[in-house]
Write a protein that binds this ligand. Structure first.
Ligand code: NI
Length: 184
């Protein structure tokens, strides 16, 4: 099932998402999230972006075959917790399916350690770096109610204000179905 993707301005994107109970069957939702993400040509999608305030996100970097280590980077992260961050920050351009047609440079730690459960409720404790760490941190932010534009300078934010207002009204071109909070 393909969900519409929630646009900037919806309060669900600003909530700290709730832990998921370990008795929950998350496999169908994981499948739906992959399907929704692929339909929108995304490489990451968090549950709040389909209107669900729960701590789950999916990533699939397998289309980025010029990046090292991406061949099998297709994963589900449940109840994730970043437990270590590298001190070195790197700048990289990011975009977000909930903030279409805006791309900006964001500085983030180059490496992280993260604990999480997969869709079979197996526990993991893993380290990631580079592009993989980048994608994970962007999605992790979503379950913390944080968006990549939050890292921009006040000036940049002011310059984007009009575009962001348009997005929250659904006045934006996308190849995928959207749910805009202020659409008339
Ligand atoms: Ni995003």
């Amino acid at each position: 099932m393909i969900y519409p993707i929630v646009m900037y301005g919806d309060p669900v994107l600003r909530k700290r998402a709730q832990d998921i109970d370990q008795s929950a069957d998350v496999k169908t939702l994981a499948q739906d999230m992959f399907e929704t993400m692929h339909a929108a040509q995304g490489i990451g999608l968090a549950a709040p972006q389909i209107g669900k305030p729960i701590r789950m996100f999916v990533v699939d970097g397998t289309s980025l075959d010029d990046e090292p280590g991406m061949e099998d980077f297709k994963k589900v992260f449940i109840n994730a917790e970043i437990v270590e961050e590298d001190e070195d920050h790197v700048d990289m351009e990011e975009g977000c399916l909930s903030i279409p047609n805006i791309r900006e440079k964001v500085g983030r730690p180059d490496a992280i350690r993260i604990k999480y459960f997969d869709e079979d409720w197996n526990a993991h404790d893993e380290k990631y770096e580079g592009m993989q760490a980048r994608i994970i941190q962007h999605e992790y932010d979503h379950i913390e109610g944080v968006l990549f534009i939050d890292y921009l300078s006040p000036l940049k934010k002011r310059l984007l204000k009009g575009k962001l207002n348009d997005i929250s009204r659904g006045d934006v071109n996308t190849e995928y179905r959207i749910a805009a909070p202020l659409r008339k």
